[in-house]
Write a protein of this length. Structure first.
Length: 376
């Protein structure tokens, strides 16, 4: 089992990644509040980052800072704070996912961070985070909840951190393959803007760096379930985006469903599958660790048994030496002569004695036996 011990050499990257997210998103949120043009459309070809996405990304960056500081100092209150913050951010992401699935118009929650009328500013008339962005935030929040001080769920934490890259990589691949140059990046089919995808990649790198032994190196260890699962899923990762894109295209273009509802349902299905993979991986890894622990206990018991057997053999040799010197055997109550022990306890008749009296008795008996045929 991996153990999270204080390690100051590994702390800069997660903490600096969190600080970078907080500072950059703070500047973006300031621009959203006090500037109606520049921050909301900084480059004509790039979609803006909505305020709630900024808040969720900044909160996850704060989780990185607390967890990174915990790795350096071992202070458990930082870990508990990150857990509480992760639960709050995960609940917020679930709320926005439900809004994307059930609501079409902007609600008071969507307009909470900027009081202007959303329809006049944001083209999609809501301003809330997209389902893909909410799913990514939820996965990273689950990763923060899976982090344990004793490394108990290290494999599940690392897998959740890596799976958090799924939608950002899908979005970036769609940007690179679906647009000529930078002209089409504001109409990405994935539903996640390029700045959000890039920031989520930075966020995922910070979470992976929190894993024991350098993150990805821990996952790809040959004796761990996470490494085996990643190697087996690599071919599926190449085919998965194509299949998912085909399903989304069929549902939205060919079907009669509302586009946002279809995307939200597909994202929820993807989250369910990711959670199932994490749970199955965690259960299998726990079973393997239990089997390894049981094997170690068996080896320890066998070593103790071998040592006890060796001591018993040495004691037996010592007792035989003592019996040979004293010509007596302990029968459980008293020390008796060897002849008596052999005759009474083992039913072995003794034909000669060890003492002088027994020897003379045996000689007389033999002489009498020889004299009897002569007289006859």
């Amino acid at each position: 089992m991996a153990v999270y011990s204080p390690d100051k050499a590994r702390i800069p990257f997660p903490v600096h990644a969190g600080l970078l997210l907080i500072i950059g998103l703070g500047v973006g949120l300031y621009g959203w509040i006090f500037d109606l043009n520049f921050a909301r459309h900084p480059v004509p070809s790039l979609a803006p980052i909505y305020p709630w996405s900024m808040v969720l990304l900044a909160g996850l960056g704060l989780c990185l800072i607390f967890l990174g500081n915990y790795r350096a100092t071992g202070s458990r209150w930082r870990w508990r704070t990150a857990q509480t913050l992760g639960a709050l951010l995960g609940s917020t992401a679930v709320f926005f996912l439900a809004e994307n699935a059930l609501c079409r118009d902007a609600t008071w929650v969507d307009r909470l961070l900027f009081p202007e009328k959303v329809v006049l500013i944001v083209h999609d008339s809501t301003g809330r985070p997209s389902p893909e962005a909410c799913a990514t935030f939820l996965i990273f929040a689950v990763a923060a909840l899976l982090f344990r001080p004793n490394g108990e769920r290290a494999g599940a934490f690392t897998m959740a951190s890596i799976l958090g890259w799924f939608f950002p990589i899908l979005a970036l691949s769609g940007f690179l393959t679906g647009s000529a140059g930078l002209s089409g990046m504001d109409t990405a089919f994935s539903g996640m803007s390029l700045p959000v995808a890039a920031l989520c990649m930075v966020l995922g790198s910070g979470f992976v760096a929190l894993s024991p032994r350098g993150g990805l190196g821990y996952v790809f260890e040959p004796d761990r379930f996470a490494g085996t699962m990643v190697r087996r899923l690599l071919p599926a990762a190449a085919v998965g985006p194509v299949l998912l894109g085909s399903v989304v295209y069929y549902v939205i273009i060919r079907g009669n469903w509302n586009g946002r509802l279809a995307v939200a349902l597909l994202v929820l299905l993807t989250i369910v599958l990711i959670v199932l993979v994490l749970l199955i991986g965690d259960l299998v890894q726990r079973q393997q660790e239990a089997e390894r622990a049981a094997a170690a206990v068996r080896e320890q018991l066998l070593e103790k048994l071998r040592a006890s057997h060796a001591r018993i053999e040495a004691l037996q040799r010592s007792m035989l030496t003592v019996c040979a010197w004293t010509k007596t055997v302990w029968d459980g109550e008293r020390w008796i002569p060897v002849e008596e022990f052999l005759t009474e306890h083992l039913d072995i008749p003794v034909s000669h004695g060890i003492s002088e009296e027994a020897f003379r008795y045996q000689v007389k008996k033999m002489e009498a036996a020889e004299a009897s045929p002569t007289k006859a």
